[in-house]
Write a protein that binds this ligand. Structure first.
Ligand SMILES: C[S@@+](CC[C@H](N)C(=O)[O-])C[C@H]1O[C@@H](n2cnc3c(N)ncnc32)[C@H](O)[C@@H]1O
Length: 334
């Protein structure tokens, strides 16, 4: 199924798609997301098989077989090798197919614009990012161990989306308090309901608002005991805040002023790798590069991140790479 190949073979160049690939690729993306919403990938990756029970489910299963992701044995369906890869990386599919669709749709009316404002489906992006994060539990384990080994404090996740990462960390660092902030009110409202349901509301507090440092403090900061924050984390947001604002160091400096006692930073982000042509970048899919180019959201090199860390007195304690360009760094200072 060539249309989804870039997800698997990241060096494949665009340019030799057939009309069939284009149409079937789009359909395959929709089927992957629907199957995810039905819990199929979780079941399949857990080692079980699925047995469609309605005509609609049967049609989706057959579509996934045609795409090469499932095989059929009797009434039950199993993962193929490619299906395993797609299931593990389904967050990237959800992000592109559902999360970014409103941005790509705007291209039609934007022939003469320099950039298109990023217009996303926030709930879909939130879920996609949490699924992307869950692919690498050992990265969480390392962050959780670093927090748990320290004197208990409060960890804030800046741009926490559906609080998926906070939930995972709350399990790993049982004496830590957690706080999450995201600009999307509805995502925060839904995540708060979910935390209540899970009985985690006493350990994880969520607030809605912007974490972009501005001349005036955001309203949500007034509800926070700023001195209590000892770890500040942010995943897949700093590049955007740095693009909209005055670079990486300016954003980090703002956060350090908000939280004067922060002694650990955990930054996860997609790095720009220095290559002559973007098809040489080891992206999961070239679509990720196109999205950033049309929205004008800049990506930054490792050198740019590390220069900002050093400028502000932070030392890299751990650097964890996921497919080279997704990097999580734990930073400490005296
Ligand atoms: C790419 S997602 C990453 C989500 C999450 N940090 C993760 O990695 O799983 C970016 C998140 O930042 C949020 N966001 C964007 N601009 C923001 C801002 N100025 N302040 C707070 N959150 C923001 C979005 O709503 C979205 O949930």
């Amino acid at each position: 199924m060539t249309a989804v190949t870039p997800l698997v073979h990241s060096h494949t160049a665009l340019g030799d798609f057939t009309i069939r690939d284009v149409i079937e690729g789009q359909t395959a993306g929709q089927l992957i997301v629907a199957a995810d919403d039905w819990g199929w990938w979780t079941t399949l990756l857990g080692g079980d098989t699925i047995a469609p029970s309605t005509g609609i489910q049967q049609t989706v299963a057959v579509g996934l077989v045609r795409a090469g992701f499932l095989t059929r044995r009797g009434h039950r369906y199993h993962l193929t090798h490619t299906g395993h890869d797609v299931g593990k990386n389904r967050g990237f599919v959800r992000c592109a197919v559902r999360g970014w669709e409103p941005t790509f749709r705007q291209l039609s009316a934007a022939a003469h614009d320099e950039y298109i404002p990023a217009a996303t489906e926030p709930g879909e992006v939130a879920r996609a990012c949490t699924d992307i994060a869950r692919r690498r539990p050992e990265i969480f384990a390392t962050i959780g161990a670093a927090i748990a080994a320290d004197t208990p404090g409060r960890t804030i996740d800046l741009g926490c989306a559906d609080a998926g990462r906070l939930q995972a960390l709350a399990g790993l660092a049982p004496h830590e308090e957690f706080l999450g902030v995201d600009i999307e009110d509805e995502v925060i409202a839904d995540a708060t309901t979910e935390l209540d349901r899970l009985g985690l509301a006493d350990r994880i507090t969520l607030l809605a608002g912007s974490v972009q440092p501005e001349p005036h403090s955001p309203a949500w900061l007034g509800a926070v005991d700023r001195d209590s924050v000892t770890t500040a984390m942010s995943f897949f947001l700093l590049h955007q805040l740095a693009s909209d604002g005055n670079g990486i160091a300016a954003v980090l400096r703002g956060w350090m002023e908000w939280f004067p006692n922060v002694r650990r930073l955990v930054i996860g982000d997609g790095y720009l790798l220095e290559a002559d042509h973007w098809t040489q970048q080891p992206w999961f899919s070239p679509t990720y590069e196109i999205y950033h180019t049309i929205t004008g959201v800049q990506l930054w090199t490792q050198h740019e991140y590390e220069r900002a860390y050093a400028e502000l007195g932070w030392t890299v304690a751990r650097r964890m790479e996921d497919h080279t360009m997704l990097v999580t760094t734990i930073l400490e200072r005296d």
